[in-house]
Write a protein that binds this ligand. Structure first.
Ligand code: NDP
Length: 451
């Protein structure tokens, strides 16, 4: 039996911690990688025509030596994030530049600078080995991984580690990410796995849930107060669906924007009363490539007022170029536009008069520090925030999943089975699961019913 099969079997049999710690490690594992000698393959193509099927390969890669502050994690399941798409289409830049820079920082950093990049910024699985400096985790621990990768010996990494000069997103700006049979993580990326969730449900929350927690709940984000209203773009998407949950949990009013009746129905089912179907409304914020149409911003603002009787306190912004003009316009006087992305383009244009004359704030936000990710995960573990998993793929079909996210064909999160041979495994608290089964399976049921 191969070492990988022995690891998988031990986890499936729930072997004791000592037995997991005694398992032999393979020299190589399979993972979803892109290759440095292919980073020019899409030159000249439009973004939509850059196909992850051509660039993402599922192959064996050599496992590196473990640093003292790291752990090897046997990955039972992972998930697709939009950064998987960015890596696979080499936009806005090939990720090999990130690996090269990390490679120059230290001997341990040098392990990341390879001609392959193992992708993936989410994982749920079991700790196989820990480095000599790891205190809080041991082999056999069932974990999820948050993707904030920081060197905690750097003073800038303290207070808010997202402000660290060496802060990186694991599996995007580092190598050995979660879309693999075995991942390499820093010990301070580990968090307990939610006992009531399957491997794939537990794997899909880390990146998007933590990001939305910081944007909506944390004082580092908007710190939303009870009774505030939030316009959430892409409200049934990766980060948007967690944002809606946080707004509802915090006593706020989400106004969700989506692009189909199916997505509107999904949001209603989640408890989001106010939903705007941007396709049905036919908003054309840009009348051509260079001109925005203020009348269309006004039309959106009017629609929001029809729904909630006032302007929104906060705009949860990430589409970027296509929506930022409207987002700045529709936020209330003194309101906040919080942004973490620019899917449709990062060269942003908005009318600054509406920002300064109406005393609005435009604030950047990025992933989450360990404390924020931990709190967001605790809420998942307690059944207060639910996974938004809609579909699951095998590791071999990672490119199919990335392609679906790239083309806005999916709702919520797409999971990827790595070592787990099938869906539905890994639940150790069936009673808590039963209590929340409708919410846990909501996105999945919607996906299945629309096939
Ligand atoms: P998803 O694709 O899952 O969801 C995004 C949603 O945004 C889509 O479902 C779509 O919803 C909506 N959308 C897409 N394009 C437009 C547009 N032009 N105008 C209006 N709405 C649009 O992606 P994620 O939610 O996972 O990620 C969104 C962005 O956030 C990505 O760019 C990602 O890289 C970034 N991100 C950044 C993080 C950070 O830490 N900085 C963390 C996580 C994500 P609909 O069509 O229904 O309106």
């Amino acid at each position: 039996m191969s070492e990988i099969d022995a690891i998988r079997n031990a986890i499936l049999e729930d072997a004791p911690a000592e037995a997991i710690g005694a398992l032999a490690l393979p020299e190589a594992a399979r993972g979803a990688i892109v290759k440095s000698d292919e980073q020019e393959m899409f030159t000249g193509l439009a973004s939509d025509d850059k196909d992850p099927h051509r660039s993402v390969h599922v192959e064996e890669f050599p496992l590196p030596e473990l640093a003292p502050d790291e752990a090897f994690v046997a990955v039972m399941a992972s998930a697709i994030n939009f950064n998987t798409v960015w890596s696979s289409i080499f936009e806005p830049l090939p990720t090999f530049g990130f690996l090269k820079r990390l490679g120059k920082e230290s001997v341990w950093g040098a392990r990341h600078d390879r001609p392959f990049h193992v992708l993936g910024s989410d994982a749920a699985g079991v700790v196989l080995r820990v480095g000599s400096a790891v205190r809080n985790w041991k082999p056999g621990d069932k974990v999820t991984v948050q993707c904030n990768h920081v060197d905690d010996q750097d003073p800038s990494a303290h207070d808010d580690s997202m402000l660290a000069t060496n802060q990186r997103i694991w599996g995007f700006e580092t190598n050995y990410g979660g879309l693999a049979e075995i991942a390499v993580v820093k010990a301070n990326q580990l968090m307990p796995k939610a006992a009531h969730l399957t491997w794939e449900e537990a794997a899909c929350n880390g990146l998007c849930n933590s990001t939305s927690y910081r944007m909506i709940v944390s004082r580092n984000g908007s710190g939303m107060a009870q009774g505030q209203s939030v316009l959430v773009w892409g409200a049934s998407g990766g980060i948007g669906a967690y944002a809606c949950q946080y707004v509802l949990n915090g006593g706020g009013t989400p106004v969700g924007v989506v692009s189909s009746p199916k997505r509107a129905a999904l949001l209603h089912e989640m408890g989001v009363e106010h939903v705007i179907d941007r396709k049905e409304e036919g908003y054309r914020f840009w009348s051509d490539e260079t001109t925005q149409d203020q009348k269309e911003w006004l039309r959106l603002g009017k629609k929001i007022r029809e729904h909630i009787g006032r302007d929104v306190d906060i705009v949860f912004e990430h589409p970027g170029r296509s929506t930022m003009g409207a987002s700045v316009f529709v936020a209330k006087r003194g309101g906040l536009i919080i942004t973490c992305a620019a899917t449709s383009g990062f060269m942003i244009e908005y009318d600054n008069r509406y920002l300064w004359m109406n005393l609005k704030t435009l604030k950047g936000c990025h992933f989450a520090n360990y404390r924020e990710a931990w709190e967001a995960n605790r809420l998942v573990c307690e059944g207060r925030i639910h996974p938004t998993l809609s579909k699951v793929y095998s590791l071999d079909h990672t490119a199919d999943a990335a392609h679906a996210v790239q083309h806005n064909l999916s709702e919520g999160k797409l999971g990827v089975l790595c070592l787990s041979p099938e869906e539905g495994l890994g639940v150790t608290d069936p009673a808590l699961r039963e209590r929340h089964i409708d919410q846990i399976t909501l996105f999945r049921r919607f996906e299945d019913s629309s096939r």
